[in-house]
Design a protein around this ligand. Structure first.
Ligand SMILES: Nc1nc2c(ncn2[C@@H]2O[C@H](COP(=O)(O)OP(=O)(O)OP(=O)(O)O)[C@@H](O)[C@H]2O)c(=O)[nH]1
Ligand SMILES: [Mg+2]
Length: 261
């Protein structure tokens, strides 16, 4: 999940490649009715049920209203989703979601999709992406923190926040980034300069207090060009899904003895 353009589909493709490289069987599920192309063909695809293009054309909706319509259509046809999921009920699915954050924060759409998955005994972990470039502007970053927090609170599922596109940050910024992994409220209040409207400063302080009171938003960096970084994110997701505990013990490989020895 995450706002438009944060790298959700890139995350999915990166994880698909990584999982395939380490021999894990994974499937991609697409929940974005406006998606155009994927690096991996989704095994389950909302576009097989409804597409944004059709809704916009036939019902004369705009892109955002059309997207909400598509997802509400899905909610009214959850038996379709259950049937599709039934084929993968023992599998690891990576779900690519649309970028309209209202779907996570104030419409119950994603919440209901999660409920459906949980009813089917899937374990879910939400991965919420924010662009690391946001740290260039603290108010933007904290707006992102609030959206991540809002998604966490409304979905009530295990949740991991990720700072994406690390490869685009310069070295200096990367060093500075650690301060943002556990958002330190002083990051926002520090910046309060004398030219700032006092009311805005007061508002910032209250927002910071709110984030601090919840004390539940932290971030992990993702650099898709660094295998270690991808492994780290996957292992956090695995932990929250208790994935390893669930694996069947593997048969030890037959030892081949060299006859001549
Ligand atoms: N350099 C770099 N570019 C990235 C990364 N992730 C995404 N991008 C680029 O950012 C743009 C948007 O990436 P997507 O993966 O399509 O983002 P999205 O969140 O799926 O976008 P929507 O589905 O439209 O909300 C594309 O041009 C990607 O190539 C990254 O980690 N590094
Ligand atoms: Mg996408």
């Amino acid at each position: 999940m995450g706002p438009a353009g944060t790298g959700k589909s890139t995350y999915c493709a990166t994880m698909m490649t990584h999982c395939q490289n380490i021999g894990r069987s994974v499937h991609l599920m697409n929940l974005d009715p406006a998606a155009e192309k994927f690096e991996y063909k989704p095994s389950i695809d909302i576009r097989d049920l409804i597409t944004l293009e059709d809704v916009m054309e036939e019902l004369q909706y705009g892109p955002n209203g059309g997207l909400i319509y598509c997802l509400e259509f899905l909610l009214n046809n959850m038996d379709w989703l259950e049937e599709e999921l039934g084929e993968y009920d023992d599998d690891y699915l990576i779900i690519d979601c649309p970028g309209q954050i209202e779907l996570y924060t104030h419409f119950p759409i994603m919440r209901r999709i999660c409920d459906c998955l949980q009813r089917m005994h899937f374990r879910i972990c939400g991965v919420y992406l924010l662009e690391s470039q946001f740290i260039e502007d603290n108010s933007k970053f904290f707006a992102g923190v609030l959206s991540a927090m809002s998604a966490m609170i409304s979905l009530e599922i295990p949740h991991i926040n990720v700072l994406s596109k690390m490869d685009l940050l310069g070295k200096v910024k990367r060093r500075e980034l650690e301060r943002y992994f556990d958002p330190d409220p002083s990051l926002l209040t520090d910046k309060a300069n004398s030219s700032m409207n006092p009311k805005f400063h007061e508002l910032n302080k209250k927002i910071v207090q709110l984030i601090d009171d919840y004390n539940m938003v932290s971030f992990m960096p993702l650099n898709i060009t660094d295998e270690n970084s991808i492994t780290m994110i996957l292992s956090h997701v695995d932990d929250s899904l208790q994935f390893e505990e669930d694996q069947e013990p593997k048969e030890p490989k037959d030892i081949e003895y060299d006859d001549e020895l």
